[in-house]
Design a protein around this ligand. Sequence first.
Ligand code: ATP
Length: 444
Amino acid sequence: MMKNYLSRVDKRIFKVIRDIGRAADRQGLRAYIVGGIVRDIILGRKNLDIDIVTEGPAIPFAQSVAKATGAKVTVYPQFGTATLHWPFGLRLDLVAARQESYPHPGALPQVRPGTLKDDLFRRDFTINAMAVCLNHDRWGQLVDEFGGLQDAREKKIRVLHERSFSDDPTRILRSVRFEQRLRFHIEPWTLGLLKQALRPAGSSRGEPLGLRPKAPPPRGTYGCGEEEKAFDNVKPPRYFTEFKKMLAEEQPQRHLTRLKALGALRIVDAALKTDFRLLKRIQQRLSQAPEDIACNRWIISLMAITETMSGVKLRSFLRKFPFRKEESESILQAARSEHVLRRLSAPELSRSQAYGILKPFHQDTVAYLRLRASPKKVVQRVDQYFRHDAGTRTDIDGEDLKRLGVSPGKKIGTILQKVLFMKIDGRVKNRKQQLAAAAALAAK
Ligand code: ATP
């Protein structure tokens, strides 16, 4: 009997995709779950990120699913895609099957409507190029055109055709990410192609190693020699998106060590630090850290590998990629960690003094400092700020001070800050004590 790949999915997802299958039957089109979710069902890994491919227009279909199931729908007519949201937190992307071709290496692909097979063929690796049908007559059946199931069993990362890395060099980062996350290995033919894609322009390309997988002939129009330009054609933000995903993985140091060994770290940035000991230490601490260390994992990892970069290199790194203002500020702040932690290790330091040192830093920088800190006393100081003092407010405000006769202006802020410091140090507790302290300060 044919295996049903949907028998083990999460109950709520099961209900949603069953409804989608029924809606597809009613509309007379085919619907499939595809990509990462199929890979993770096969590997028994949790994944709530669901992509659906339809053979037939996706937007009207998404709208009818939303009507039938009570989901909220957002449509993107310019891309022919739609997103459905369910109140319990599930998000689902729908897109009509498409084929892609690359006008030149590293360019953004040109997209046309296609069959499911075309849609699977445009994907990165065989394990990510499988689908499971949701229609009643083929409910739960796997579509595996390129040997993804066998590769998943043999723990192999394999591209679908020999131009894959030059079409899209960001796949170099993706191959390492899946290899390290799943503890798979990039199989020899794919590894040969990856190394070839990394060779500097002008060097001989040589034959790829190993055997090719069963795959349709490569498509695309670009000619001999153009592969070498692939790197330059990819805009930094596209690498950066993938690099961030890598930095957010568990144990990113393993991913980066592998990238370095392949000579591929430079495709992100030539100045990146290549010693990942600090990153490893930070990650070990992060894995033991209490839940309330809420932080962006990728940014913490990035801080650990950019901390000792020279100022000039760090600034040019921050200019190269699309960081938000607060992100680049946090990363620049983290580059001063050594100095800040030294100040925090002073033998006599009140809680309000620690507050004064840490207050200018963004939350991610403070989280990083906490993970970076030693000895214990410094960890405790950062912790105290992080958990308690950062959120402390006075129980009096400027209006109270005006009523005390303080004229509007800078002085109000100064007094309020002093009262805040007194509260942090436990020298004033309730509003009454704070008003008394403020009055005394105003009289000075
Ligand atoms: P993750 O668990 O990290 O989210 P994922 O496989 O779902 O893994 P996504 O980046 O969300 O990763 O991509 C979803 C799917 O889209 C992939 O499984 C793959 O089929 C396809 N895909 C994504 N990026 C590429 C790419 N650069 N080239 C080809 N196919 C890609």
